[in-house]
Structure formats: structure tokens, C-alpha cells
Design a protein around this ligand. Structure first.
Ligand SMILES: [Zn+2]
Ligand SMILES: [Zn+2]
Length: 361
């Protein structure tokens, strides 16, 4: 019976083997691509050691592949093992249908083998070979009792079922499919000796490359996590750089960057100078609120007796807004309050980059 589930080391070897092959493939195809530029570089930069540079460049790419292979290794192996475990359980736990009797002599039968069909898709089924205890005639049934639905191919010319003959010579199995009516004949030779030799050669090749390259391309649980963390660090950093570069090119970002970031003292000076020329005096600031944003309330006295609420609030609003335009401070949306010639309002400071950008948008 076919064994689906292997022990962990089998999957570990298989995964590492794929890693090595992927790394080597990349390395050599990159080298080949660069080789075309050897002469070009020789004339341009005669002092550069071409081989050294190319090796450095290819190794960098291969290193990234190698780290990513390590990153997914545990997960992939557990997926493989889980899938094979399901196959193994399916065939191990399948129960043969009851009461199958020989269809030739009606004697009792016994199960001599079972097979898992469609093992690699979703509708796996198990079939059993029953052999008659008396005449040895064989029949095949699935778990649910339905017969094996193998349809013999028919001869295209005569429309009769083709027959099969087997000839075994040493490790060579010849299957001859022929038509009983006409001369149609198909010969298929399976040379199990050749197959065995090929398989042994392949196993030897795999064993060799595992031995030769495993330590170079397959990270272990000590070096692996460190390499993953450092690669992620580099990737995050270069992403940040790229974003920064893109931002620097954005006119809105440039505008936001140019906003003057005023300290409270500088703000007081600026507002004071701006309003005094327009007839407001006694400027005072309250204690600032230190929340997500810094907010500070101010009040002043309108020294022009003939200026009423509407004109006074409008004038102050205009003056304050234009004074703050090139800074990171803004008059809050509720605007200016007016009572008995006293004007007041609140100012809010923007500090974070994204808030500054939203200011200039
Ligand atoms: Zn029988
Ligand atoms: Zn025929």
C-alpha cells in the first residue's frame, strides 16, 4: 500500500531542495544576463573586477530569495504534512463494502489491496481489490460498493473493446493493447530497471546538492529569524525613503513644509503686532490647553468706539487670519466673539506632518 505521510525530515529535505534549486537557478540566470555586459564594462571601467561585482550583485538577490524561503518554510511544510495526513487517513480508515462474493463462482472473497484515487484533488475515493478464495477471480469496488468504473477503450475502426496482453521479461513489462478483430496494436514498454536507475540517479543528485549547498542557501532556526528581521528592516527603511522622496516632490508637501512653526511667544508677538495697527489693544492670552492640539484663547479691546460688533469681529477675523496664513496656527472655526468692545477667539496649533498638509490642501 502506498505511503502518503512521511516523517518531518522528508518534507524538510524536500523544501530545502527546492530552495537550493531556486537559488541556483536565479544565481546562474542573473550571471548569464550580466555576462553580456562584460566587454562593455571593461572599456568603461577597466579597474572594476567584473566577476567580483557580478557575484556581489547576484548574491544579493539570491540572499533575499533564501530569506523569504526560510520565512515560509514552517508554514509550507505543515501544509504539505496536513494534506498528506488527510490522504493517509482517508486510505487507512476506509472500510471495504460488506458481502462481496465472486461473480463467477459465488464463493467468498477477501480484500488483497486498496488504492486511493484522485489523491490530489477534492474527491478522493478508495477502491478495494477482492479476490475469490476459490477461483482467485478479482473484482474492484469502491468504499460505497459501486464497481470500479474502468471503461475499456474501443477500437476506432471496429467499435469493439480492445484487449490487453502483458509480457514480463526481467524488469521490463510490455503491455500490448490490441483489437481482436483487426490488426490494430499498441505496445507500451515500461522498463523498471531504467526507471529505477533514473530514480537512483535523481536521488543521488538531490543528496549531493543538499550536501553541497544546504548550509549556504538554507537558513536554520537560529540564523533564519535574524535574517528575516534584518531584511524586513531594510525593506521598511527603503519604503520610507521612497515615500519621503515622493513627498518631497509633492507641491502640497513643500508648501506644508514652508509653514513657520511658531512657539507661543512668537505667536503672541505676531498677533500683537498685527492687531495693534488696526485699533485693538490690551491683548491677553489664557493658559494654553494641551490636548492632541495646543489651543490658546486670546482677548483684546477694540479701541475704536464707533466700531460696532459686526465690523469689529470681521476686521479682527481678517487681520488674524492673514497674519497666521504662513504659520502653523489657525483661528478656530467658531470665529471671534464680541461683547462690550471686548473681542476674543481661540487659536489652534498644528504640529504633525499630516495635519500641516491638511492645512495647506
Ligand atoms: Zn470464484
Ligand atoms: Zn479493430
Amino acid at each position: 500500500m502506498f505511503l502518503y505521510l512521511n516523517d518531518h525530515s522528508y518534507y524538510d529535505d524536500l523544501y530545502d531542495l527546492h530552495t537550493i534549486e531556486e537559488c541556483l537557478d536565479w544565481y546562474w540566470s542573473l550571471r548569464k544576463g550580466m555576462e553580456q555586459h562584460r566587454e562593455e564594462l571593461k572599456t568603461k571601467e577597466p579597474d572594476t573586477d567584473f566577476d567580483k561585482e557580478v557575484h556581489k550583485c547576484c548574491s544579493y538577490t539570491v540572499n533575499v530569495i533564501k530569506i523569504n524561503r526560510y520565512r515560509h518554510k514552517k508554514e509550507r511544510i505543515s501544509e504539505w504534512m496536513e494534506a498528506d495526513r488527510r490522504r493517509q487517513e482517508k486510505i487507512d480508515n476506509a472500510t471495504p463494502p460488506d458481502g462481496v462474493r465472486c461473480d463467477k463462482c459465488d464463493s467468498a472473497t477477501k480484500v488483497i489491496d486498496k488504492t486511493l484515487h484522485d489523491a490530489y484533488d477534492d474527491n478522493m475515493r478508495v477502491s478495494f481489490i477482492f479476490e475469490c478464495l476459490k477461483c482467485q477471480k478479482r473484482q474492484i469496488f469502491y468504499e460505497d460498493g459501486s464497481p470500479w468504473d474502468f471503461k475499456r477503450p474501443k477500437c476506432k475502426d471496429c467499435d469493439v473493446e480492445l484487449k490487453t496482453k502483458y509480457e514480463e521479461k526481467g524488469e521490463k513489462l510490455t503491455t500490448i493493447t490490441y483489437c481482436p478483430k483487426c490488426s490494430f496494436k499498441e505496445v507500451d514498454v515500461i522498463d523498471s530497471k531504467n526507471k529505477r536507475i533514473e530514480r537512483e540517479k535523481e536521488e543521488e543528485r538531490q543528496r549531493k546538492i543538499l550536501e553541497e549547498y544546504r548550509s549556504e542557501f538554507c537558513l536554520n532556526d537560529e540564523s533564519g529569524p535574524k535574517a528575516v528581521a534584518s531584511l524586513d528592516g531594510i525593506v521598511a527603511l527603503s519604503k520610507k525613503w521612497k515615500e519621503q522622496e515622493k513627498k518631497e516632490k509633492d507641491p502640497i508637501f513643500q508648501k506644508a513644509k514652508k509653514l513657520k512653526k511658531l512657539k507661543l511667544n512668537q505667536l503672541k508677538d505676531l498677533i500683537s503686532k498685527a492687531i495693534v495697527d488696526n485699533g485693538y489693544t490690551d491683548l491677553e492670552f489664557s493658559k494654553p490647553e494641551m490636548g492632541k492640539f495646543v489651543i490658546v484663547e486670546f482677548s483684546a479691546t477694540d479701541s475704536k468706539d464707533d466700531r460696532e460688533e459686526y465690523d469689529s469681529t470681521h476686521m479682527l477675523k481678517k487681520v488674524v487670519k492673514s497674519a497666521l496664513e504662513s504659520t502653523n496656527w489657525r483661528l478656530m472655526s467658531e470665529g471671534i466673539h464680541y461683547r462690550l468692545g471686548i473681542v476674543s477667539g481661540r487659536l489652534k496649533a498644528y504640529e504633525r506632518e499630516e495635519d500641516l498638509i491638511s492645512l495647506v490642501k
